[in-house]
Design a protein around this ligand. Sequence first.
Ligand code: RFL
Ligand code: PHB
Length: 388
Amino acid sequence: MKTQVAIIGAGPAGLLLAQLLTRSGIDSIVIENRSREYIENRIRAGVIEAGTVDILREAGVAEGALRDGIVHEGTALRFEGRTHRLDLVDLVGRGITIYPQHKLVGDLVAARLEAGHPILFETPVVELGDIASDEPTVTIERGGARETITCRFIVGADGFHGPSRQALPPEALTVWERDYPYKWLALMVETPPPSHELIYAAHARGFTLMSMRSPSVSRIYVQVPMEVDAEGWSDDQVWSELDLRLRDGEPVPLREGAITQRSTIHLRSFVAAPMRHGNLFLAGDAAHIVPPTGAKGLNLAAADVAVLGDALKRYFRHGDPSGVDDYSDKCLSRVWQVQRFSSWITHALHVSNDPFDQALNLASLRHIVESRHAALSFAENYTGLPLN
Ligand code: RFL
Ligand code: PHB
């Protein structure tokens, strides 16, 4: 098989890039380890930035998000028993949209298949070859046999655990990592969200995030001790803990409902640079991870591929290599801004064992609700920094 761009991974990064390339008349093959059913049901992110909606629009795949997405003009920070609403639209002229990542993945898969372009599902990439050459290769495994795809560029959009980053010589890569001493229990709950917008609640017992997937389904993240696994707390324990965290001062009116899905999330920051080596590009979680507190992972993946899509268009259509040469630096400068925000908001909302740090955390939350300048900075980052 031969193509212009071999894309490893049918997550948001790989599928959106493929769509942008198709719109520019560039041929690609998307290779995905998992089944279509699996990726269309994998529960992950829920918040998309206004800038990400613009990228979806440009790619011709915004219909679902515009039709079924829930637009939020504000968001709330809760601490010391009070819920403080921040009017994002008033502050920076844009809000955020709640649209489940797996639905977006479904939209992208449908758009690609309807246009007659293939996705090789249930096909693991087992090797990347000749990445320094102008004809790099991707080896896949199908039906027990190995096949090779030859291309001009490989894009590793295969997430944090994929093989692409590992294909770089170790000496070519610099890695920055931080594991946070925090763990979340992520729940899908059949209960109406207690507020029509999100609530980020800091409490001495731990952090809680009240998000949603629809008017009748809440997505709730509860900070739990590191040793608690997905089934570690009974439903009763979950509800009594939520009650303790949300009832003091001005209580959050949360009704109990059936917990239909549980998982746990470790909070981590990670950056690998550069995001290009030879003719292999890394995009999305393959190159960077942010703790989910700031709702940025999916949006960073979309920003990467918007830059890469444009760069590849200039390369293939006009023979101009400047975009592909700038790709890594351009993305990384924004990635570090997003790391800064995600790391800061993670610290600010979680309880620290160090009393001095804990007092600083409360001071930074108070600063946001007391100073319009601080609120503006929060809103600018939370709703998404510009691409350029
Ligand atoms: P993905 O989505 O992990 O996709 C990578 C794909 O590559 C495939 N793959 C392979 N394919 C072929 N051969 C191989 N050898 C392969 N190895 C792997 C995988 O099967 C997979 O399909 O990476 P991508 O595209 O970079 O997208 C990144 C986002 O998925 C991620 O950043 C977000 O989900 C993070 N995130 C959030 N981001 C937001 O912007 N807003 C949010 O509200 C938000 N909430 C979240 C989140 C992540 C969460 N979890 C579970 C980590 C909430 C959660 C709970
Ligand atoms: C989600 O709904 O999954 C979500 C919302 C806000 C965040 C993180 C995740 O900050």
